[in-house]
Every structure is written in structure tokens, then in C-alpha cells.
Design a protein around this ligand. Structure first.
Ligand code: AMP
Length: 376
């Protein structure tokens, strides 16, 4: 099988690594350079997207902000999975909310803003405090505002209006501020035949809007609730592939924060913690192969490496630590790699995480230090 991935970042890279044992060959389309590259070496394998499309058995995507003309081209080939609607819903918060509402999936109260009058109506409807998010192009907490007091309305509107004017089709989605206890996510796969499998939920810790730690958790009641919501979204999109739902857990009730129509950072732990990793299951799904088991094989936590390109050697020599670099050039805050930390039991994992907090710098890995303070 030959799979063409739209996007040539770390997710395409990890798909390529997971596909090799199944004889699935992957190429990646770099949306910036407009070239088809090898996902590991980044060397150019084809300058012509249309030719690469005709050679591929299947086309899929590793991110949702894909130019619509490229999506149309891929959809026309009849080989593109999951589908354009799913990718568009993941890249536009308005479509995402419409999808959730029409699938009867709980999410935060919201209102779409194009004008100052809409903003006033949103304040009436949603109430303060509220979170405001750009409909297009926002990720990892970028393009967001918090409105806590009416004193700040003019200043926030000024920034939002600039954002709306800066790109065509842009709008702002106002959301009620959700007083969540924690953030969790569910990664799962839907096969071409409609079969749905999900991994255990992951509890996620974000720092400045960016994922920092993801830990697989076992919570039967929450898992059942999440799977029901996942299935509703996946079925209503007639989805094929891996899909992720991010939730707020409010006293045991889940609200969807966002959906990602692709393999997801909060599912990287599955590389060492699950019977079949999310990357392999995505390829299995889009290639029409049977889905692999999503069973948790050992307690696992993923630590994102942000803005750092080296690690102390002790990490590599520590039993249970698995390092994954993405081969990227260092930039402040950039996702450079991750460490999957595995143990035989939850208490051993907590112990191991506390010992890693002594090795990893507090400024670069603040969430592990918070974790260690909680469990020590
Ligand atoms: P997002 O880009 O939508 O994932 O938002 C980034 C982070 O902002 C989330 O992971 C939450 O920690 C926080 N956040 C987003 N939306 C809300 C909300 N409606 N209420 C409270 N916190 C939020």
C-alpha cells in the first residue's frame, strides 16, 4: 500500500515508522514547499502533487489547516480519507460547533461573532467570564482571548476586530468559561466498515495552552461517556481513520472542547502503552485493514519536549523511558519530541515521574515538577 499524507511534520513521520512493518509506504506532501517528501528524511520524492495523487492508493492528512483547493483535488481522486467535511470541521470552530450540536454532543455554550453588535449579543447570551477563539487558524491556545470584566470589552474587541479583518472568512467564537476539574481526551479509530475502537482516556496537562503531559487513565464511567460521544461524532462524519476528542471534565460530566480529525499529540503514549499505536491504527483504518487492539499494556505517561533539542543521557538509560525526536530545528516552545514513560504499575509510574522531575529542568518541563509536587 502507498499512502500519501497531507502535511510533512512529526505526525506523518510517526505514521511512516508505524506503517513500515505492515509494508505500508508513506510519502508526505509539504504544504509550504508544495513538494512531496519522504516523511523521515524530508528529501523530495516528487515535485508534482497530481502525479503523487495518481500513484497513491490512499490519501490522508496529518493536520486540519490544509488549503481547500488541495483538499478538493484529493477528494476528486476518490482516495481521500477521512473526508473533506471532517478536515474542515477540525479547522473551523464554527463548523465544529455545528457538528457537535447536530450530533447532540455536549459542548460549551457558544455564539459566533463577526461584528461589534454580535459581540454585545454574545456577552448577553454566553455571559462572563468567556473565552473567545478565532474560528480559523487557531491551535495550541493561539488566537484566543479571555473576557472577565466589562471594563475590558473595548480593548478585547479592538484585538478581535483586527483578527477578523486580517483574513477573509474569519470570525470569533465566544464560549462560556468552563470551570473544569481536568482536561481529558479520547483517541480512537473508525474503520471503513463503521467499526469503532477507542483507547483509554488520557488526562492532559497544558501549560500556556500547549500540551505538556498526557497520562493514560482508567475510569470506566468516564470512558463509557467519552466513547458514546466519540461514536456519535465519528458516525455523523462517516469517518474513517483516527479521530481525537478533547474534553473538559466537570464533576464527572464531559463537554467536548475540540475535535481533531487525525492522530493526536495526546495519543503518542500509545506507541509504548497500547497493544497497537494510534499511527498504525490510522493507517490500518484508511487502508481498509482490520483495526488493531487498543488495550492498555502498561501504565504510560507522555512528556512533550518543547523548545529543547537535547536531553540528559540519564533519560535514555532509565528503564521505562522511550525517547522520540522529530528531527526538527530548535525554536522556543516548538514541539521537538516526546518521552514515553512506562512502568509496571501506576504507583511505579508516579515514582518514576518524580525521579524524572529531579533530572529535567524546571523551566523547560514545568508540568513534571507540578506532577511531582502532587505525588511526592
Ligand atoms: P483550545 O485551543 O480550544 O484547546 O484551548 C486551549 C486551552 O484553553 C484548553 O486546553 C483549556 O485549558 C483552555 N480553554 C479553552 N476553552 C475553554 C473554555 N471554554 N473554558 C475554560 N478554559 C478553556
Amino acid at each position: 500500500m502507498n499512502v500519501l499524507v497531507l502535511g510533512a511534520g512529526q505526525l506523518a513521520r510517526m505514521m511512516s515508522l508505524a506503517g513500515a512493518p505492515l509494508n505500508i509506504e508513506t510519502n508526505a506532501f509539504d504544504v509550504i514547499s508544495q513538494k512531496v517528501v519522504h516523511p523521515l528524511t524530508q528529501s523530495v520524492v516528487n515535485n508534482d502533487l497530481e502525479d503523487a495523487i495518481s500513484r497513491a492508493d490512499v490519501i490522508t492528512a496529518e493536520f486540519e489547516h490544509i488549503p481547500h483547493d488541495i483538499l478538493t483535488l484529493c477528494e476528486k481522486s476518490g482516495k481521500f480519507l477521512p473526508n473533506t467535511d471532517a478536515i474542515k470541521a477540525g479547522g473551523d470552530r464554527r463548523l465544529e460547533k455545528t457538528l457537535l450540536d447536530s450530533a447532540n454532543v455536549k459542548n460549551a455554550k457558544h455564539y459566533v461573532i463577526h461584528t461589534r453588535q454580535d459581540f454585545d449579543e454574545a456577552i448577553q447570551y454566553v455571559g462572563l467570564p468567556m473565552v473567545l477563539k478565532s474560528a480559523l487558524g487557531g491551535y495550541d491556545g493561539k488566537g484566543q482571548w479571555r473576557l472577565k470584566s466589562m471594563d475590558d470589552v473595548d480593548a478585547v474587541w479592538c484585538e478581535m476586530d483586527q483578527c477578523i479583518q486580517a483574513s477573509s472568512g474569519q470570525a470569533i467564537v465566544a464560549e462560556e468559561f468552563v470551570p473544569f476539574d481536568r482536561e481529558v481526551s479520547l483517541v480512537g479509530a473508525r474503520g471503513k466498515n463503521g467499526e469503532v475502537v477507542v483507547y483509554p482516556l488520557a488526562e492532559n496537562i497544558h501549560v500556556n495552552g500547549v500540551l505538556s503531559l498526557s497520562t493514560a487513565i482508567e475510569d470506566r464511567a468516564l470512558q463509557a461517556q467519552a466513547k458514546e460521544m466519540f461514536t456519535a461524532v465519528a458516525n455523523s462524519l462517516n469517518y474513517t481513520g483516527v479521530l481525537a476528542l478533547e474534553f473538559f471534565d466537570v464533576k464527572g460530566t464531559l463537554l467536548v472542547n475540540e475535535i481533531a480529525p487525525r492522530v493526536h499529540n495526546s495519543g503518542h503514549w500509545t506507541q509504548q502503552g497500547a497493544e497497537t499505536c494510534q499511527f498504525e491504527n490510522h493507517l490500518r483504518a484508511v487502508c481498509g485493514l482490520p483495526l488493531g487492539s487498543t488495550t492498555l499494556i502498561r501504565p504510560t505517561c507522555m512528556i512533550n519536549i518543547l523548545g529543547e533539542d537535547t536531553l540528559p543521557d540519564t533519560i535514555l538509560s532509565t528503564e521505562g523511558c522511550h525517547v522520540h525526536w522529530y528531527g526538527k530545528t530548535k525554536r522556543p516552545g516548538r514541539k521537538m519530541g516526546h518521552i514515553n514513560v512506562c512502568a509496571k504499575s501506576t504507583s511505579e509510574l508516579q515514582h518514576l515521574m518524580c525521579s524524572l522531575a529531579e533530572i529535567l529542568d524546571k523551566n523547560a518541563y514545568p508540568a513534571i515538577h507540578e506532577y511531582a509536587n502532587k505525588w511526592q
